[in-house]
Design a protein around this ligand. Structure first.
Ligand code: ARG
Length: 590
């Protein structure tokens, strides 16, 4: 027997099951068809099946709708209050007051808030963040880090065994040059403990690499020594490898500082950089050659796509082995996908990178399919995202045109959040203000990113992000804190729900929005689109506000007060949990 947690089924799911049964009783040939039940403006729910299905069996939608209603036994149904044909062939569905409250009570008793574990038993790789060693993390790494982390959380919560993979760019000829330069400039400071708090090892290494590059171009002698150093690194010369390891470790410390500040799940244990696959490259290539998938072209080995063609029908390829015998980014990704499928036995691979790499991954996936690594039981998806733009609509840059350091961007967001929080709450003591500003500033940045549809570009507008109003992370945090304070004022009582009370329309609406939480979380995992959860949480916060405007909580008498406190508590939990799945904190006070 499976110990699969199904969660408390939602009202929508229960209605769908009932409607589907009735449809099957009307017409056996429609048994099992999607009953197309949705929330509705006109009633609580709407069932669109008659309209959607009538054509398939050659009947009139209205006739099918009437037949379905005739097959329902409303008196015996604990959920359905009324089901009425409407329009060209919809059914308007109203649920009983009792079912509304019973659902709130059941959700409150469910630690998973109605979210099942449909991913139990699956092994899912989420490849995200992947900054490059000895380089500062910049605005380009923000989206992969934030989106990937949210997807890892959501898919993990649905029961999958999630393998976070930080595919660090930790290999390449540039490190030979850098190591040679460090060797010749032993006084250069780049270890974090030799540097001040205001800077980082990667920032120092970034500068040293630039200096090395300049020397490489200017001094033929240095260029030669740097080239021999590349050979030394690749052939495993112990002294050279030791410096490289040191560079990797120091860089990781800088990345960890960013991850900690952003509150993402990545730890050094999730780092499986490009170099990890080096020992597998030759075998991977050999396997592709044997399968006829890597063929010679101009002294190199290339993979030709059968699915994609370039402009004027030109072939599109992956570079499997360069003419000089070297391997690059493409080969590493081929070895990586093979390893993840064969050795890690992952059943789903999610790659979170910007959309400019779409073709690269399309080809890697095609190669993996044709090589037989990616089989029908497994899937690989590129969760591609758009560019962060500056106020002028071009890619986000500093005022002087440089790349924006991620740490600076976060500092800026936090300081603007501090101004907004302080204005709203001038009496906060400084330590509390610091804490709230940090959490609001980070929430603002993360939410702004997650709430835009993933594939779209968006403009980085700090003032809008840190606002307490509108669809922002700060607004949702604040909504959560406000509800928490009401619950505190009520003394955080044990609440009991009285299902015989007729709900106010605003209570009913809030309860029905709460009912949709599990569905949206499942949808995020299926589509890899966290903005759906953002949209849901925003809708929830607004339904709560409407409820709070119409329905006094603390001043109400029992049993109404208990029911309202139950709605408050369930809303706070759902908001808090939903923000948590986005990787955003939900403080109790703001
Ligand atoms: N380090 C790469 C970059 O900065 C991203 C790596 C993404 N993952 C992968 N398996 N290729 O563009």
């Amino acid at each position: 027997m499976s110990v699969h947690h199904q969660g408390v089924p939602s009202l929508l799911e229960r209605i769908a099951t009932t409607m589907s049964g009735a449809i099957g009783r009307v017409r056996a040939d429609l048994a099992g068809a999607d009953p197309v039940v949705r929330r509705s403006e006109r009633a609580d729910f709407q069932c669109n099946a008659p309209l959607a299905l009538a054509k398939r069996v050659g009947v009139k939608p209205r006739d099918l709708a009437a037949d379905v209603v005739a097959r329902l036994d409303l008196d015996a149904d604990p959920v359905l209050a009324s089901v009425e044909p409407s329009g060209p062939g919809f059914l308007n569905v109203t649920v009983t007051d009792r079912a509304v409250w019973a659902q709130v009570a059941a959700r409150l008793a469910d630690p998973r808030l109605g979210v099942g574990e449909p991913e139990l038993g699956r092994k899912v790789v989420v490849d995200y963040s992947a900054p490059n060693i000895a380089k500062e993390m910049h605005v380009g790494h923000l989206r992969t880090t934030i989106i990937g982390d949210s997807l890892a959380r959501v898919i993990g919560f649905l029961g999958a065994d999630v393998l976070r993979q930080n595919h660090l760019g930790d290999f390449g000829t540039q490190f030979g040059m850098l190591i040679q330069y460090l060797d010749e400039h032993p006084d250069a400071a780049w270890h974090q403990d030799e540097l001040g708090a205001g800077t980082s090892a990667v920032s120092a290494l970034d500068g040293l690499y630039r200096a090395a590059r300049a020397e490489f171009d200017a001094d033929a002698g240095f260029a030669d020594r740097a080239r021999s150093r590349v050979v030394a690194l690749q052939s495993g010369d112990p002294a050279t490898v030791a410096v490289w390891q040191d560079i990797v470790a120091e860089s990781e410390r800088s990345f960890t500082a960013i991850y900690d500040r952003l509150g993402v799940l990545l730890t050094p244990e999730d780092s499986v950089g490009e170099s990890f696959y080096n020992p597998m490259l030759a075998d991977t290539v050999e396997e592709l050659v044997e399968a006829g998938l890597a063929v010679e072209s101009d002294g190199a080995l290339v993979f030709y796509s059968q699915e994609v063609t370039g402009p004027e029908g030109r072939p599109v390829t992956l570079m499997v082995r360069k003419r000089d015998g070297g391997y690059g980014y493409d080969t590493t990704d081929l070895a990586t996908i093979r390893y993840r499928l064969r050795e890690l036995k992952a059943t789903r691979l999610v790659y979170v990178t910007d959309s400019r790499q779409a073709l690269h991954f399309q080809l890697v996936f095609e190669a993996a399919r044709r090589a037989g690594w990616l089989t029908d039981g497994a899937g690989a998806e590129h969760a591609a995202y758009g560019t962060i733009l500056g106020p002028d609509g071009t890619p986000f840059k500093t005022r002087s045109g440089g790349t924006v350091r991620l740490m600076d961007l976060l500092d800026d967001a936090v300081s603007r959040a501090r101004a907004v929080v302080e204005e709203k709450n001038p009496d906060l003591d400084p330590a509390e203000l610091d804490r709230i500003a940090e959490s609001a500033g980070i929430a603002a940045v993360k939410y702004a990113d997650l709430s835009t549809s993933r594939v779209k570009d968006y403009a980085f507008d700090v003032d809008r992000m840190v606002s307490f109003t509108g669809n922002t992370g700060v607004y949702l945090q604040y909504a959560h804190a406000r509800i928490s304070s009401i619950l505190r004022l009520a003394g955080d009582p044990d609440v009991t729900v009285d299902p015989t009370v007729a709900p106010h329309p605003a209570e009913r609406e809030l309860a029905l929005v709460l009912d949709g939480f599990g569905a949206v979380v499942t949808e995020v995992a299926a589509t890899l689109e966290p903005h759906r959860l953002c949209g849901y949480l925003y809708e929830l916060a607004r339904a709560y506000t409407a409820f709070y405007d119409h329905c006094p909580v603390l001043k109400a008498d029992e049993p109404v007060r208990g029911n309202r406190l139950a709605l408050c508590r369930l809303t706070a939990r759902t908001l808090g949990h939903g923000l948590g799945l986005l990787g955003i904190t939900a403080p109790e006070r703001m």
